[in-house]
Design a protein around this ligand. Structure first.
Ligand SMILES: Cc1cc2nc3c(=O)[nH]c(=O)nc-3n(C[C@H](O)[C@H](O)[C@H](O)COP(=O)(O)OP(=O)(O)OC[C@H]3O[C@@H](n4cnc5c(N)ncnc54)[C@H](O)[C@@H]3O)c2cc1C
Ligand code: SF4
Length: 565
């Protein structure tokens, strides 16, 4: 007889952790299945091992167990993505995918914690109003969100106060504060913790931006600036993004929502348990449970009429497709990601970039969203610009050298010993737009070691992505010059297979079951009792990092589930 569970949550990352906490607090017994191991902070007391965590990606999915393939268009053959483990010294990018095990991507994320602006929920209307009805390409599948900022504001507030975010508000109930973000949409109250401390290199960035007429402020961060609830104040250790926090300063569902759910006594976690199928009744209209592999590869079934799938946008859609839940052909469509623009500069004095979290930094929001100025370069939507004065470890720094610089030999050694301690970065991220051309499906050839088809991504950078990269490169160069940088260079345009860790859109939310996968609460239109949550729900991506928005959506889904049961 298969086992039964009141509710099953698949994946205990950023969104699954929140839903598990809310359900267990309400007295529902939850069985959580996660394909990764349970980590403890103690494992990371001596974590300063960049080779293990960064280069070899020991926290993240590996190629053999979680292959993903990519092709730029339908006429090309898909190739295996380098995924986590790229070979140092060649041109493969190494952007870590979200980690596995309770905590998910929040085990080793950077912690930039943003609310969307009101404008982000109406991207399509605003672009067409401003640039004309033909501004978007013919294949565009862009739509406005079915909900707005006001609907999510109370949930953004819960993320900040229940989980912990540091920062300075710029607009509390319409009252502006010049020290905060001058462009943020109104919030009911400020942050529960003050902003983090920043490095001297960040002061240079701030001063240069001010003299160019921008209005810099400190980035909101899911890193504790002081002790707060289960979080401890940050120690500015500098092994932050790509690493688990050894003092529990970085907000991670592992130590916030999952820990709180465990304390209710209503959560059972089965780690190293990989769900491979979502099971339905004979009509296909109702979820009946899930099937999973245990660590020894044995198959198990759990029956439940409430299943929440929270495995990240890519795996969520792979699971739906592998389970045959795609009657309207919309699963995997509308794939979006960020086009990252990294640049590096060398400062005249030491910046000591090996300290602090990535997010102890200033940002400029003047050119984000519909704030991007009218331009002849075809840029329709903007991006936040972020100073990166810290959290730059030596191997990572050696990955992005000035053009023409070799990664070996005396020339490299001389340059690196002279300049590593003077490095600093400026970053922007332009959202790609949804299009009929960009989607995910099941690879017809490549399978994982359990015999399951890999996810295949069909995606290439659009003209808009490339134009926006060029535009922001000029802006960053001007800031670097104003800062007095002695060298400035940009990473080459990201190859099309670059994954940003901000993949979204693949199980879009919408009111019309014909052209979306889930409703605004994340419930599948096709299969009742099945919730599919995370960034995959986003109709559009913004210029901000996505996690606080998908966490807010998780609170919204949890409230809805509790209203129904
Ligand atoms: C290096 C890095 C830096 C980042 N920095 C930022 C940042 O600064 N700001 C920001 O907003 N975002 C950042 N992100 C992105 C952020 O981590 C993700 O947006 C977020 O974690 C996504 O949440 P999720 O709940 O959808 O999935 P995840 O948090 O990835 O959780 C998915 C969970 O599902 C489990 N799982 C997957 N497949 C299965 C399966 N078949 N069966 C059982 N379990 C499964 C996984 O083990 C994992 O626990 C970063 C990511 C990385 C990797
Ligand atoms: S920099 Fe702070 S938040 Fe990041 S890992 Fe170190 S102590 Fe933790």
């Amino acid at each position: 007889m298969p086992e039964t569970a009141e509710a099953v949550v698949v994946g205990l990352g950023a969104s699954g952790g929140i839903i598990a906490e809310q359900l267990t607090r309400a007295g529902i017994r939850v069985l959580a299945l996660d394909k990764g191991p349970v980590h403890t902070s103690e494992e990371f007391t001596f974590k300063q091992d960049e080779v293990k965590y960064y280069s070899r990606g020991s926290l993240v999915p590996q190629l053999a167990t979680d292959p993903v393939t990519w092709r730029p268009d339908e006429t090309s053959t898909a190739r295996l993505l380098p995924w986590a483990a790229g070979v140092r010294g060649n041109s493969e990018p190494l952007h870590l995918p979200p980690s596995i095990g309770p905590g998910g991507g929040t085990l080793h994320w950077g912690g930039a914690s943003w609310r969307h602006r009101d404008a982000d929920f109406h991207m399509k209307s605003l672009i067409e109003e401003r640039f004309g009805p033909d501004a978007l390409e013919e294949d565009s599948t862009m739509v406005d969100w079915p909900i707005g900022y006001d609907d999510l504001e109370p949930y953004y507030d819960r993320v900040e106060w229940e989980l912990g975010v540091s920062g300075r508000a710029g607009n509390v109930k319409g009252a502006p504060d010049p020290e905060g973000n001058p462009y943020e949409s109104p919030r009911e109250r400020g942050f529960p913790m003050p902003p983090l401390r920043t490095a001297p290199a960040d002061d240079r960035f701030k001063a240069a931006c001010q003299s160019l007429g921008y209005r810099p402020f400190q980035q909101p961060a899911a890193v504790a600036s002081t002790d707060y609830k289960s979080l401890k104040g940050c120690e500015y250790c500098g092994f932050c993004h790509g690493f688990l926090c050894h003092v529990n300063a970085k907000q991670s569902s592992r130590i916030t929502s999952v820990e709180a759910a465990l304390q209710t006594g209503n959560l059972e976690i089965r780690s190293n348990s990989r769900v491979f199928r979502l099971d339905r009744d004979p009509s296909g209209r109702r979820i009946t449970g899930v099937s999973y592999f245990d660590p020894d590869g044995n198959v198990h079934q759990v029956q439940s009429n409430l299943v929440v799938v929270a495995c990240y946008a890519l795996e969520n859609s792979r699971l739906l497709l592998a389970s045959g839940i795609n009657a309207n052909g919309q699963v995997g469509q509308n794939f979006m990601t960020h086009s990252f623009g990294w640049c590096s500069l060398v400062l005249p004095e030491f910046s000591n970039p090996f300290m602090a979290p990535l997010v102890a930094a200033s940002v400029v929001d003047d050119l984000n969203c519909d704030g991007v100025p009218d331009n002849d370069e075809g840029v329709l939507w903007g991006s936040v610009l972020t100073s990166i004065p810290g959290d730059l470890q030596p191997i990572e720094a050696a990955h992005n050298l000035p053009p023409g610089m070799r990664r070996w030999g005396q020339g490299f050694k001389d340059w690196f010993s002279e300049n590593y301690r003077r490095l600093m970065g400026i970053h922007n991220q332009v959202p790609s737009f949804p299009s009929k051309k960009y989607y995910c499906d099941l690879d017809p050839v490549v399978k994982d070691k359990f015999g399951q088809p890999a996810l295949r991504i069909t995606h290439d950078w659009s003209e808009h992505d490339l134009a926006a990269l060029k535009y922001f490169e000029k802006v960053k160069r001007a800031i670097a010059e104003e800062m007095g940088a002695t060298q400035f260079w940009s990473e080459p345009t990201p190859p099309a297979y670059h994954l940003s860790t901000h993949e979204v859109g693949t199980h879009r939310m919408g009111e019309n079951p014909a052209d979306s996968v889930v409703d605004i609460y994340g419930e599948s239109h096709e299969c009742k009792g099945l919730y599919v949550v995370g960034g995959g729900q986003f109709p559009t991506l913004s210029g901000y990092n996505p996690t606080q928005t998908l966490q807010a959506l998780a609170y919204l889904s949890a409230d809805h589930i509790l209203d129904k049961v």
